[in-house]
Write a protein that binds this ligand. Structure first.
Ligand SMILES: Cc1ncc(COP(=O)(O)O)c(C=O)c1O
Length: 445
């Protein structure tokens, strides 16, 4: 088999809308943080299936849980009858959630439908219809979650109208900070911009929920300044608006904590969505929230035939074991410090490396034009292409930001090897040795 042949064959049948095109890569196998393509070439994976395999590819404990469960029964719909792994997981996950008081959850199959569910429960509980979310947010690909998203024109182009009652406020990404502004002045200005809709056309008492990725993923692996999010949180509380966090990308240990909101001490969400790595990449998601909010809707307001499926929930129980027993939160934190040090060294050496943000094994590295200091998609694209040729899988977000999200089980040797490849790619770029100039990825919009 051959990567190019498989892709050529598939291209006659697969929708363009279904793949963000990066490299000619067809995955055959994966173990830990190493991938093998259909030609037998190996790669170090710095994407972890878009942060959906934090425990690494085919972890033996997860694999065993899946096969054991599949031997008993693969599927019986939780919409009608309970199963033991799902019941156990519900109890374990609600205890893990950083939400005060009694907590309940509802299952889904994807991060997208978990966010749809979050919107349903927020509307159901508050009796209010409006939803406020942020530019740069990626909440998913269903109509509800797309309506809350704001990161790509292709996610609304030709498909409108999206859901009614959705308002976007600017996410305080560092690249919006003006040269003359101190950090505090920037936060104040961004919070003023946050308040503008509420002061002009959006009555706060008609808003059900503010939905935020406390650390945006596809928006650039970028953390909201703590003081800013505290102000938003306070605003929500002052106006009876629910505060909800999307942990689909940044949860499950990615940032060195179970949940990214735990990087903001004292902020406790009313609702949260979880998916991706929840079942090591098998299709399982959940909306988790205060009991009184989740109890506001009655069946069948949020049932799916396969959500809370016995195999996916067994995989999720095993995933939680692996994260706990393998001390993966600590590992993410510790290796994240090494990664930060490495990318800061690259920043010193190469003038096209801009801001470096690292929160555990979770990094966004801006690639900039050395003269204008503005985002440079072309250089970023050349870099990831060269890395790919040299055996490292890394993609960009927003066109110019390197997305660094390896499986949390990546070994120190693999990490070191990946650093060497990244450095080599950067040196090749500095030497003008990379000829590639096609448009790929999110930048190709
Ligand atoms: C923050 C966030 N929320 C929701 C989603 C949607 O998840 P899914 O693709 O599983 O529907 C994603 C996917 O990238 C995400 O990054």
């Amino acid at each position: 088999m051959d990567n190019k042949k498989v892709l050529e064959n598939e291209s006659h049948s697969l929708a363009n809308a279904s793949r963000i095109n990066y490299f000619d890569l067809v995955i055959e196998a994966g173990k830990g943080a190493t991938l093998t393509d259909v030609n037998g070439k190996k790669y170090i994976d710095l994407l972890a299936s878009a942060s959906a395999t934090n425990t690494g590819h085919s972890h033996p404990h997860v694999f065993e849980a899946i096969t054991k469960q599949a031997q008993k029964i693969i599927q019986y719909t939780p919409a009608y009858f309970a199963n033991v792994p799902a019941a156990q997981l519900a109890s374990r996950l609600t205890k893990l959630a950083p939400i005060d008081g009694p907590v309940k959850l509802a299952w889904g199959n994807s991060g997208s439908d978990a966010n749809d569910a979050l919107i349903k429960f927020a509307r159901g509980y508050t009796g209010r219809t409006n939803v406020v979310s942020f530019t740069g947010a990626y909440h998913g690909s269903t109509y509800g979650s797309m309506s809350a998203s704001g990161v790509s024109l292709n996610m609304s182009r030709k498909m409108g109208p999206l859901l009614d009652g959705f308002y976007k406020v600017p996410f305080p990404s560092p690249w919006y900070r003006r040269d003359y502004e101190t950090k505090d002045q920037f936060i104040d200005r961004m919070f003023d911009e946050f308040k503008l809709p509420f002061e002009n056309y959006l009555p706060a008492d008609e808003v059900a929920v503010i939905l935020v990725e406390p650390i945006q993923g596809d928006g650039g692996i970028v953390k909201a300044p703590t003081k800013y999010l505290e102000k938003v949180y306070q605003f929500a509380h002052d106006h009876g608006i629910l505060f909800a966090v999307d942990e689909v990308n940044q949860g499950m240990g990615r940032t060195g904590k179970w949940w990214s909101i735990q990087n903001f001490p004292g902020l406790k969400p009313d609702l949260m969505s979880v998916g991706k790595s929840l079942a090591s990449g098998l299709p399982l998601s959940a909306v988790i929230g205060k009991q009184k909010i989740i109890d506001s809707l009655a069946a069948p307001a949020n049932v799916y035939t396969t959500a809370g499926n016995p195999v996916t929930t067994a995989a999720s129980l095993a995933t939680l074991d692996v994260i706990e027993d393998g001390h993966l939160l600590q590992r993410s934190h510790d290796l994240g410090i090494k990664a930060q040090k490495f990318f800061e060294e690259m920043q010193q050496q190469y003038d096209f490396v801009g801001d470096v943000r690292m929160y555990g094994l979770d990094g966004g590295i801006d690639i900039i034009n050395p003269t204008t200091k503005k985002a440079d998609t072309q250089i970023a694209t050349k870099l990831i292409y060269r890395m790919f040729e040299l055996g490292v899988v890394m993609i960009t977000v927003r066109g110019n930001i390197l997305r660094f999200q390896p499986p949390l089980v990546i070994t120190e040797t693999e990490l070191q090897k990946a650093f060497e490849v990244i450095k080599k790619a950067m040196q090749d770029e500095a030497d003008g040795k990379i000829a590639f100039n096609a448009k790929i990825g999110w930048s190709a919009d």
